[in-house]
Design a protein around this ligand. Sequence first.
Ligand code: NAD
Length: 274
Amino acid sequence: MSYNLLAGKVGIISGALNEQSIAWKVAQKAHAEGARIVLTNAPLAMRMGEINKLSAEIDAPIIPADATSVEELEALFSGAQTHFGGKIDFVLHSIGMSANIRKKKHYGELDYKFFQQTLDVSALSFHKMMAVAEKQDALNEYASIVGLSYIAAQRAFLDYTDMSQAKAVLESIARSYGQRLGHLKKVRVNTVSQSPTKTTAGTGIGGFDAFYEYANRMAPLGNAPAEACADYCISLFSDLTRYVTMQNLMHDGGFSTTGISEAIVDAVTRTLEA
Ligand SMILES: NC(=O)c1ccc[n+]([C@@H]2O[C@H](COP(=O)([O-])OP(=O)(O)OC[C@H]3O[C@@H](n4cnc5c(N)ncnc54)[C@H](O)[C@@H]3O)[C@@H](O)[C@H]2O)c1
């Protein structure tokens, strides 16, 4: 069901790789809510080709940009404004990558070059996007910027390795840049801390199936699916949340404030009795 929440709004959505991507669902829902969109992804992801399907489906051009490159982000924001014929109302940062995770390195043997790349791709790119938008004065008043995070920013999840630090930096950037852009242009900046979700980035993490299932059994509402995350992002892009800023917003079915659940007690009890 759509409510026309984004009628007349225009935005940039990064990170749609395939139909499982959270960004893919956000783009579909933003389009259904009346927004016009420019899609972006790293040139490598473009070569995989699936984003073209989404582009055709929602009539959104794609401007490729490696989010670690300020020059490419400048071309993205100026190209998007040319396409829209004006400034931007919302931006989704849905970007994460760790070569340490890809190469299955445990926390004690992290490669520091990879670590720096993880921080650059998954966190500093958020700052770069906002710095470029600020310099180009690319955002309308009350624009909304959302980045996607994970609870490993606050709690130890060893298999998430250096992405834990990247998410902590991402959330911190949201607060600092939220303060700056709030003063300058009344722009909101938030992160949404999403449940484990079966996407390319998600399932690449060691032990993903186990912690997906653990989170699902802990959360009173169960894990939040990608579609529901997209709904939440739409609410944050809409005018209904104009005074929500500098927050890390938990979208996890209640996982983060649960101590222990009956499902986990039952599972542990069965193990003890076995
Ligand atoms: N899947 C989960 O369990 C989960 C949970 C919480 C938060 N998140 C976060 O959600 C966001 C989206 O991930 P997803 O789960 O939809 O997976 P995904 O693999 O579909 O999306 C990750 C995207 O990052 C893009 N990317 C990687 N390097 C890039 C670069 N240099 N420049 C531009 N784009 C680049 C990829 O091409 C891809 O589109 C990420 O920030 C991820 O950490 C995911």
